[in-house]
Design a protein around this ligand. Structure first.
Ligand SMILES: *[C@@H]1O[C@H](CO)[C@@H](O)[C@H](O)[C@H]1NC(C)=O
Ligand SMILES: *[C@@H]1O[C@H](CO)[C@@H](O)[C@H](O)[C@H]1NC(C)=O
Ligand SMILES: *[C@@H]1O[C@H](CO)[C@@H](O)[C@H](O)[C@H]1NC(C)=O
Ligand SMILES: *[C@@H]1O[C@H](CO)[C@@H](O)[C@H](O)[C@H]1NC(C)=O
Ligand SMILES: *[C@@H]1O[C@H](CO)[C@@H](O)[C@H](O)[C@H]1NC(C)=O
Length: 439
């Protein structure tokens, strides 16, 4: 009776939802009647829990052993099992629950909260075993079993995973940032260096930091480059966020299309991050810039270095990094380059052109250039300009076939060729600007 009820309700809900969301499930997968963005694959071959997970992922990247998130889903998924030919021989079926992290504390491999449960009342969950299965066809109750047991299993995939795996690199995502890691320690995490050292964090990602004198905010922390602990304040990876024509207030307050995608942290925050350690303990900060890839096409653009393929990588570090507050137009201070190959062998272009310069945006020019506004000219974007610059990391992200010498998102690199200084231009695919206190 219960199942009839669930099925009927399911049909009604499904017809309501399916009129607006028709999800294309992969071949042999069926759309969930309960969650319109979810597909299942009922596998009647027997595998241990780990191999079952692998079979799911091998069939469709981004899939998992299924989570079960409501009584409604529990009833419905089990009806799907009954309808699958061959399932008559499947008594227990693996689903994606386990308590590997902490005994008795179950989690779903897909990251969904383990809020709904349907344990068999006869002594379950049994903490002797770590992997969760359901007696799908009959009681729909769950139990733990030894993970090496061979069972049939149920895979799931969400529509979001299907679109990410098939997305073109320019499928601009508009979703908000993934959740930041929040410190449980009583000492404040004032930057990513605190997270790396006091917080023992070692994974790149989004972390919440609380520098003095400002509301806490989230940033991307680079925890892997050269020892980690870098607070990233500029990050670009595609053209989905326009940087170049942002106004003074945008550069002041920051903008992003998700902190794991493209972002500018905001000059007020960079000011605080780059001065707080000097104020408190006389410790200076290092500025690091990493650029990845080159969209320059030497076949059509003679200012590209033909020696650099599209996978080149450059980095540079400058000391005594600090930017002033708005009163002093966010003036940039750096030392000559400390290390790296981004400057090139014959000139330290960032130091020579940008040190001690004020910030300029398309609506506020603070440079010495009399010919015009450097941020607007050649779509170079907000930056610390003197007589314009060689570095334009906030410039327009031109398509590869339209890159043009020094327009847009560009770095000018100076070397020596046959005893003579020469310049060429790099149009990065990705960039990151970050700081870390000198230790
Ligand atoms: C779908 O299932 C059929 C029957 O088991 C199988 O022959 C076929 O290869 C499967 N297709 C895919 C894409 O997995
Ligand atoms: C990122 O953008 C969101 C939405 O505009 C905003 O709420 C958030 O404060 C931004 N974060 C940063 C660090 O700029
Ligand atoms: C710049 O230096 C990095 C780190 O040593 C290296 O991986 C990279 O290949 C260098 N780039 C070029 C173009 O030589
Ligand atoms: C800006 O910085 C200067 C020098 O550090 C300081 O004297 C001034 O009070 C600051 N202004 C604001 C608005 O914070
Ligand atoms: C981003 O680049 C792609 C590929 O060149 C292009 O099709 C798209 O229109 C660009 N989007 C924006 C917002 O410029």
């Amino acid at each position: 009776m219960t199942r009839m009820h669930l099925l009927e309700t399911g049909v009604i809900l499904f017809s309501l939802l399916s009129s607006s969301f028709a999800l294309q499930c992969p071949t042999n997968w069926t759309q969930s009647d309960v969650y319109h963005d979810k597909c299942y694959w009922i596998v009647t071959e027997r595998k241990n829990w780990f191999d079952a997970q692998q079979v799911c992922t091998d069939n469709v990247p981004g899939s998992y052993l299924t989570s079960i998130n409501s009584a409604f889903e529990n009833g419905n998924i089990d009806a799907d099992v009954v309808d699958t030919p061959g399932s008559i021989f499947c008594d227990q079926m693996w689903i994606g629950g386990d308590d590997y992290e902490e005994s008795g504390s179950y989690t779903w491999t897909d990251g969904k909260p383990f809020s709904y449960t349907n344990w068999d009342s006869a002594g379950q969950p049994d903490l002797t075993y770590k992997c969760v299965s359901t007696q799908a066809k009959t009681t729909k109750k769950w139990r733990t079993e030894q993970c090496g047991t061979l069972n049939c299993f149920i895979c799931e995939v969400y529509a979001s995973a299907l679109t990410t795996t098939t997305a073109s690199p320019y499928n601009c995502q508009t979703s908000s940032s993934p959740t930041a890691r929040i410190s449980a320690l009583s000492t404040p995490m004032t930057d990513c260096y605190d997270w790396r050292t006091t917080g023992s964090a070692s994974v790149d990602g989004i972390y919440r930091i609380s520098p003095p004198g400002i509301e806490p905010f989230d940033v991307w922390c680079d925890m892997t480059t050269d020892g980690g602990g870098w607070t990233v304040f500029q990050k670009r990876l595609d053209n989905c966020t326009v940087f170049w024509n942002r106004l003074w207030t945008d550069y002041k307050n920051g903008f992003n299309n998700s902190l794991d995608r493209n972002y500018w942290l905001g000059l007020d925050r960079i000011n605080i991050l780059s001065t707080k350690d000097e104020h408190e303990s006389g410790i200076e900060n290092i500025l690091r810039i990493d650029i990845f890839g080159n969209r320059c096409n030497p076949a059509t653009d003679p200012s590209c270095d033909p020696a650099f393929g599209s996978n080149v990588y450059f980095y540079g570090e400058w000391g005594s990094f600090r930017i002033d507050n708005e009163t002093n137009k966010y003036q940039l201070h750096i030392s000559p380059v400390l290390k790296g190959n981004l400057s090139g062998s014959s000139a330290d272009n960032l130091f020579s052109a940008n040190n001690n310069r004020y910030f300029t945006t398309v609506d506020e020019s603070n440079s010495q250039e009399t010919a015009g506004n450097c941020a607007a000219f050649n779509e170079w974007g907000g930056w610390w300009y003197g007589d314009c610059s060689y570095f334009y990391l906030n410039g327009k992200y031109f398509p590869t076939d339209q890159t043009d010498a020094y327009s847009g998102f560009t770095v000018g690199h100076s070397g020596i060729q046959s005893g003579t200084k020469f310049n060429y231009w790099i149009h990065p695919i990705r960039s990151e600007m970050k700081l870390r206190r000198k230790n």
